[in-house]
Design a protein around this ligand. Structure first.
Ligand SMILES: Cc1cc2nc3c(=O)[nH]c(=O)nc-3n(C[C@H](O)[C@H](O)[C@H](O)COP(=O)(O)OP(=O)(O)OC[C@H]3O[C@@H](n4cnc5c(N)ncnc54)[C@H](O)[C@@H]3O)c2cc1C
Ligand SMILES: *[C@@H]1O[C@H](CO)[C@@H](O)[C@H](O)[C@H]1NC(C)=O
Ligand SMILES: *[C@@H]1O[C@H](CO)[C@@H](O)[C@H](O)[C@H]1NC(C)=O
Length: 502
C-alpha cells in the first residue's frame, strides 16, 4: 500500500490498463492522493490486456460526436509531449465509408468535427481522391506524372507491381486526417507505469487478483466499500476503490457476494499480423492508417519490427465457459451466471488465443482489398482481444449506484486507448465533482439514453445491427489456417468443420 500522508486519499485501482494508469497519473498531477494499482497479471503490462499491443489507432478528432472529438484532439496534443517518449507516430489516418451508408454519415460528421478543430483534413470524395491519401511513391504514380510531360504515351505505364500495391476503394468516400496516427500501445502503458512508480512513488503490484470487495453496511443499509479482497486472502484497504478491469469487469461482478452488472458485455475482437522484410517495410512505411467504417476493418503501417497489423472493429464475439474451471475464476463465474468472459492466452486451455475462422477469412479479404500484395501473405499471428462494450459505445465512468466509494472507470468500447494521456483527468474530475455535464451524462451508470445515431455517436461497428455470436472453441482457427492458401478454394469458405482443414 502506498503510504498516505495526512489528508491524502488512499486509492486502490484494480487494473493496470489505460484507465487505471491514466487515473493514477492524473491523481498525482493534481495532488492529494496516494495510489496502489493491483493487477492479476504476473507481468505488466498484462500480456492479454486490451491496452497491450504493438499498436493502436490514435485519431485526432475523428469522431462523429463533437464532444468526444474535442476531448480526442486534446489527447493528441498530450501524446505529442516528450513525457510519452515518442510512442506516438503521426502517420495520418484515412477514414473511409461506403457511399450513402451509415458509415458515410459518421465520416461526414467526423470530417466536420476535425475541420471545426482547425485541423487541415483532406476530403476525398472519389476513389481516385482516396488513393491520393497515400504517398505517390507508394502508389507508384510519381514516375508516371513526371514522365507525362515528356512522353505523353507513358501515362498509363505505371508498372503493374506498383499499381497493384493499393486497392481501388470502389463506392467509397473518405477523408485523410494528417494529425492522426498510431501509438506503440504496450510501450506507452509501460511509460505510464514507470512514471507512476518512479516519478510519483505510486505502488504497482502485479500478480494480485482481486476476487471481491471489503464492505461494511452503512446506517442506511447501503454498502460502504473499504477495500478489496485478493485471491491470496490479503485485503488491500483504501478510501476509494476504482474498477478499471476492462473486459474482466462482468466476471469480477458475477462472483459470489458481488452484484451482476447490467448492460456491459465482454466482446472478443479479431486481430492478425503479417511480417514484412526490412525492404518491404520501407515501401509501406510512409503510409497512413486506414479505418473503414463499413466493414470496421483497419490496417496500420509497419511497426519498427516490420510487422503490419490489421483488425476488424465490429460487434465482436462472446465467450461463455461451459464448465466451471477450478483454475480460472472467470470461467467459474461465467459457467455459473452466463456472463461473457475473455478467453485469452492467459486463460487455462485458451493458450492458442485464436480467432474465429470466419473472422480470419474476413481479415484476409479486407487486407487484400487495401493492400493486394499483403493479402497473399501468411499471417504470423492472430489474437482475440477483448473490449468491454456498452449498448451505446460510450464509456462507463461513474460511482456504483449501490456501493459507496466504488468508482467504475471502464467500458472502453474498443476506442479508449487513444485517451491514455487525458482520460484520467476526467476520471479525477468525476471524483471531485467537477466533470462537465456533457461528459457526465454520457458516462453515467444509470439512466443513459441508448438510442443510436451514426451522425452523432462516438462509435460505429462494422456489422452494426447484427447479433453477437458466442464462439465455439471448435470454430477457432488453428496455426494452419494462418497460411495464405487457406482460403484459396472458395468452396471451403464458411465450412467450419475441422475435417475441411487440409
Ligand atoms: C483488438 C483491439 C483493438 C483496439 N484498437 C484500438 C485503437 O486502435 N484505438 C483505440 O483508441 N482503442 C483501441 N482499442 C480499445 C482500447 O484498447 C481499450 O478501450 C482500452 O485499452 C481499455 O483499457 P482498460 O484499462 O479498460 O482495459 P485493459 O487494458 O484490458 O486492462 C484491464 C486490466 O485489468 C486487469 N484485471 C482484470 N481483472 C482483474 C482482477 N480481478 N484483479 C486484478 N486485475 C484485474 C487485467 O489484467 C488488465 O491488465 C482496441 C481494443 C482491442 C481489443
Ligand atoms: C454503394 O453503397 C451503397 C450503400 O451500401 C449501396 O446502396 C449502393 O448500391 C452501392 N453502389 C454501388 C455502385 O455499388
Ligand atoms: C464441410 O466439410 C465437411 C468435411 O469435408 C463436409 O462433410 C461438410 O458437408 C461440409 N459442410 C458444408 C456446409 O459445406
Amino acid at each position: 500500500m502506498a503510504t498516505a500522508s495526512q489528508g491524502e486519499k488512499k486509492v486502490v485501482i484494480i487494473g493496470a490498463g489505460i484507465f487505471g494508469v491514466s487515473t493514477a497519473l492524473w491523481m498525482y498531477k493534481r495532488g492529494g492522493y496516494s495510489v496502489t494499482i493491483l493487477d492479476k497479471a504476473q507481468t505488466l503490462p498484462a500480456p492479454d490486456a486490451a491496452s497491450t499491443d504493438i499498436n493502436k489507432i490514435i485519431r485526432s478528432g475523428d469522431y462523429a460526436d463533437p464532444t468526444i472529438a474535442a476531448l480526442n484532439v486534446d489527447a493528441v496534443n498530450e501524446w505529442r509531449k516528450p513525457e510519452w517518449e515518442g510512442t506516438y507516430h503521426e502517420s495520418g489516418v484515412v477514414m473511409t465509408a461506403e457511399c450513402g451508408s451509415a458509415g458515410n454519415a459518421y465520416v461526414e460528421s467526423s470530417y466536420k468535427n476535425v475541420c471545426d478543430n482547425g485541423i487541415p483534413a483532406m476530403h476525398c470524395k472519389t476513389s481516385a481522391e482516396i488513393r491520393k491519401a497515400w504517398p505517390a511513391k507508394f502508389r507508384g504514380e510519381d514516375a508516371v506524372s513526371t514522365l507525362t510531360n515528356a512522353v505523353s504515351t507513358v501515362t498509363h505505364l505505371a508498372s503493374p507491381s506498383t499499381t497493384r500495391r493499393l486497392g481501388q476503394f470502389h463506392n467509397r468516400t473518405a477523408y485523410l486526417n494528417p494529425h492522426s496516427g498510431w501509438a506503440e500501445a504496450g510501450r506507452a502503458v509501460e511509460v505510464g507505469l514507470r512514471r507512476i512508480a518512479n516519478e510519483y512513488g505510486g505502488v504497482i503490484r502485479a500478480g494480485c487478483e482481486v476476487v471481491g470487495l471489503v464492505e461494511e453496511r452503512g446506517g442506511d443499509g447501503k454498502s460502504v466499500v473499504q477495500g478489496v479482497q485478493l485471491a491470496s486472502g490479503e485485503q488491500v484497504l483504501g478510501d476509494i476503490v476504482i474498477v478499471a478491469t476492462g473486459a474482466w469487469t462482468p466476471a469480477l461482478f458475477a462472483q459470489d457476494g458481488m452484484e451482476q452488472l447490467p448492460q456491459v458485455i465482454a466482446t472478443g475482437q479479431s486481430v492478425a499480423k503479417v511480417q514484412l522484410t526490412p525492404e518491404e517495410a520501407q515501401i509501406y512505411s510512409g503510409n497512413p492508417v486506414i479505418f473503414d467504417m463499413k466493414s470496421g476493418f483497419y490496417v496500420f503501417p509497419p511497426t519498427p519490427e516490420n510487422i503490419v497489423k490489421c483488425a476488424i472493429h465490429d460487434k465482436g464475439v462472446t465467450y461463455q465457459a461451459e464448465q466451471p474451471n477450478p483454475n480460472c475464476r472467470n470461467d467459474e463465474a461465467s459457467a455459473k451466471t452466463g456472463v461473457s468472459v475473455p478467453r485469452t492466452i492467459l486463460t487455462p486451455g485458451g493458450e492458442a488465443g485464436c480467432i474465429p475462422l470466419e473472422m480470419l477469412r474476413k481479415l484476409r479479404h479486407h487486407l487484400a482489398e487495401v493492400y493486394p500484395e499483403l493479402g497473399k501473405r501468411d499471417f504470423i499471428a492472430t489474437r482475440l482481444c477483448w473490449y468491454l462494450d456498452t449498448p451505446d459505445g460510450d464509456w462507463l465512468i461513474d460511482w456504483h449506484p449501490k456501493k459507496q466509494n466504488l468508482l467504475f472507470a471502464t467500458a472502453g468500447c474498443g476506442h479508449a486507448f487513444k485517451f491514455l494521456p487525458n482520460i484520467g483527468r476526467e476520471i479525477v474530475n468525476k471524483i471531485e465533482g467537477t466533470l462537465a455535464p456533457a461528459l457526465d451524462n454520457k458516462w453515467r451508470f444509470e439512466g443513459r439514453n441508448h438510442a443510436r445515431d451514426a451522425s452523432t455517436d462516438s462509435d460505429l461497428r462494422g456489422n452494426e445491427g447484427h447479433a453477437r455470436v458466442a464462439i465455439k472453441v471448435e470454430d477457432l482457427a488453428t496455426s494452419h489456417d494462418l497460411k495464405a492458401d487457406r482460403f484459396a478454394a472458395p468452396q471451403k469458405i464458411g465450412n467450419h468443420s475441422r475435417e475441411s482443414r487440409l
